[in-house]
Design a protein. Structure first.
Length: 264
């Protein structure tokens, strides 16, 4: 992806259960499968992310080069047009992608969730800026290591291509949202996006989550004013589609009702 440039903090020991930072512990293996490192066996998104295309031996080799890092909400992860030094998989949290105009104006152009792969393979510089929209955990892979692995592993290349095509489809759908939907439908579509993408392990009709973006960022993402976003969220609350606690915590009792408000 990037240089993932700003302050990187090592995870606390409580956060690092099942992960290792180097040396012998870094290469420990799962007791149930002697070929899978502990840090990979305990990864919440391994099977759904790029690593799901790797064999245990390939995971073991890759684990010698990867590093798990944590970033607080608001930290810059990579600057637009900065050199690409590494890629990353989102383990937890939300990453915000932005483009900046010459006069300094910014536009949010995408959000990435676990287990998305961050970065454009073989690029020399970042095409967008990335920022931690919420607290995030990333698994970083050096650029050269990742590109060698993709070149030698057709299954991995296919999985990354599938993610790229999915993101392209979602971007086209979002163009329809921005270009044709009403303000109410835009806000409902945004909440559905967060509800269905924030935690890949959650199933069922109900969802509970904290909004990873401020009202101002949501308005920017949807092309609305802050007042319109707040008004539409209040309307959804009044209609019983969602409940809002402390301004940021959202409860969705029935996803079907929220989806019905999206105009799709």
């Amino acid at each position: 992806m990037d240089a993932l440039i700003s302050i990187k903090k090592s995870l606390s020991s409580a956060d690092c259960v099942g992960y290792a930072s180097g040396g012998a512990d870094f290469m420990r293996k799962d007791i149930h499968n002697s070929n899978i490192p502990i840090r990979c066996a305990s990864c919440e998104v391994r099977h759904k992310g790029m690593c799901g295309a790797l064999t245990p031996d390939e995971l073991l080799a890759l684990s010698a080069h990867t590093r798990l890092v944590a970033h607080d909400a608001g930290e810059e992860l990579a600057g637009e047009k900065m050199p690409v030094e590494s890629y990353a998989t989102v383990i937890r949290g939300v990453v915000k992608l932005t483009k900046t105009l010459e006069d300094g104006r910014q536009q949010i152009v995408g959000l990435q969730f676990a287990p998305d792969f961050i970065g454009r393979l073989h690029a020399d510089e970042n095409g967008v800026s990335s920022e931690a929209a919420s607290d995030v955990h990333l698994c970083r892979v050096p650029k050269a290591t990742m590109e060698r692995l993709v070149k030698s592993n057709p299954a991995l290349a296919e999985r990354l291509m599938s993610q790229t095509m999915r993101e392209l489809d979602e971007a086209r759908d979002w163009m329809v949202t921005l270009g044709r939907k009403t303000a109410a439908e835009k806000v409902a579509s945004f909440l559905l996006l967060i509800a269905t993408h924030l935690d890949p392990e959650v199933t069922g009709e109900s969802r509970r989550f904290d909004l990873p973006l401020s009202r101002a960022d949501i308005a920017d993402f949807l092309g609305l004013t802050i007042e319109t976003v707040s008004r539409q969220m209040s309307r959804l609350k009044a209609d019983g589609v969602i409940s809002i606690v402390a301004n940021r915590h959202i409860d969705v009792p029935r996803l079907a009702r929220l989806k019905a408000c999206c105009g799709s």
